[in-house]
Design a protein around this ligand. Structure first.
Ligand SMILES: NC(=O)c1ccc[n+]([C@@H]2O[C@H](COP(=O)([O-])OP(=O)(O)OC[C@H]3O[C@@H](n4cnc5c(N)ncnc54)[C@H](O)[C@@H]3O)[C@@H](O)[C@H]2O)c1
Length: 370
């Protein structure tokens, strides 16, 4: 198969979809690899590192899109890339289609086979989302601490406190990968941390691994209200796979938070779990609503592109190789995890939550693939 990797176009997105080790594995298995010149530079990967393992460099993204049977990326395509997609082309990347009605329509019109990293599922886990969630969860406390500084609009509070002065209070919504990663860093910094989830088994597990240092709370309207109102920093990390995030914190609740408090809504890529959040980027990461600092960067791991690129590639590699080796139809049919990753195929939405989010018809992938 001809596998292509263009440079990412999103603002301040420095990650790249393919690393030399993955290119090498593809080439060794008899596949061809095209990489846009300079695609890896943002992650500190030089062009020669690709050519040394047998990949071919091409001058433009357009050439990659035109020639490759499978496009490997990091983020969902943005408008300038929409026109480059070809019928039957496989697009293997984060897609977040439930929050992207226009992109969903483009993938259907152009008959692109969209395999979304974030919905590839093994049992209850999402192995391709996990490394990025780990990065974003850890970063959420780092950026939250920065937003709490006075000149960022924050209340001028040091999360860990100092001798004789109260620590900061962190409330984390969702106890999945983002939540546990955020909790580990916040506790490590010495903050007081409360984490809410609807999954009691998960809360039990977190109680045990953090040895009682973490306050766990069942997630319901009442507990959310109390935990948000007493927080200096709220981290949003809930997920209902493939669906838009539930709005757990209402506009009116935000208006009752202390001025200078901070919200880092990591779940923004699925629409966010805070009613007042809007997507932002690394150039202008924050805005204020009712005196509360909101951080809604949709591609947080892009800021630590090198770490993120390698962490993501470790997880994407096995599925990418399977698709290249078997072809998309056989690969998806042979692997339930990949079947769950199939979001669009032959002009149909094949992921139920995406179809529901846009009021579109759902086509069961098992039936469509025969
Ligand atoms: N902004 C970014 O750059 C970035 C990067 C990585 C991940 N993310 C996003 O972060 C979000 C969380 O990812 P994750 O890997 O931690 O997901 P996860 O599936 O590991 O965890 C989600 C958790 O949310 C919980 N949950 C569901 N409904 C809830 C509710 N009503 N109240 C409280 N908890 C609830 C689930 O029980 C689960 O434990 C996703 O939307 C993901 O796409 C964003």
């Amino acid at each position: 198969m001809l596998v292509g990797c263009p440079k990412e176009l999103k603002v301040r997105e420095y990650r790249v979809g393919l690393i030399p080790a993955s290119a090498k594995a593809l080439v060794s298995a008899g596949h061809q690899v095209l990489v846009e010149k300079g695609a890896g530079l943002g992650a500190g990967i030089q062009d020669e590192e690709y050519t040394e393992v047998g990949a071919h460099l091409v001058a433009s993204a357009e050439e990659v899109w035109q020639r490759a049977e499978m496009i490997v990326k990091v983020k969902e395509p943005i408008e300038p890339e929409y026109g480059s997609m070809r019928p039957g082309q496989i697009l293997y990347t984060f897609l977040h289609l439930a929050a992207e009605p226009k992109l969903t329509r483009v993938l259907l019109e152009r008959q692109v086979t969209g395999i979304a990293y974030e919905t590839i599922q093994v049992g209850r886990t999402l192995p391709l989302l996990k490394p990025m969630s780990e990065v974003a969860g850890r970063m959420s406390i780092q950026v939250g601490a920065w937003c709490l500084e006075k000149h960022q609009g924050g209340k001028g509070l040091l999360l860990c406190g100092v001798t004789g002065v109260k620590k900061g209070r962190v409330t984390i919504l969702g106890g999945g990968t983002v939540g546990v990663s955020a909790a580990a860093i916040a506790l490590g910094m010495g903050a007081e941390v409360t984490l809410l989830d609807t999954n009691l088994e998960r809360l039990d597990y977190l109680d045990q691994i953090f040895g009682g240092r973490l306050q766990t709370l069942f997630s319901n309207e009442h507990n959310i209200e109390q935990a948000v109102l007493c927080a200096d920093l709220v981290v949003g990390g809930v997920l209902i796979a493939g669906a838009r995030a539930p709005k757990l914190v209402t506009k009116s609740l935000v208006s009752r938070m202390t001025k200078g408090s901070v919200i880092v809504d990591v779940a923004i890529d699925q629409g966010g779990c805070i009613e007042t959040i809007k997507p932002t980027n690394h150039d202008n990461p924050t805005f204020l609503v009712d005196g509360v600092v909101h951080y809604g960067v949709t591609n947080m791991p892009g800021a630590v592109a090198r770490t993120s690129t390698f962490a993501l590639a470790n997880a994407t590699m096995p599925y990418m190789k399977k698709i290249a080796d078997l072809g998309v139809r056989a690969a998806v049919k042979s692997d339930a995890a990949l079947m769950a990753g199939l979001n669009t195929y032959q002009g149909k939405v094949t992921y139920k939550a995406v179809a529901d989010a846009h009021g579109m018809e759902f086509a069961a992938p098992e039936a469509l693939l025969g």
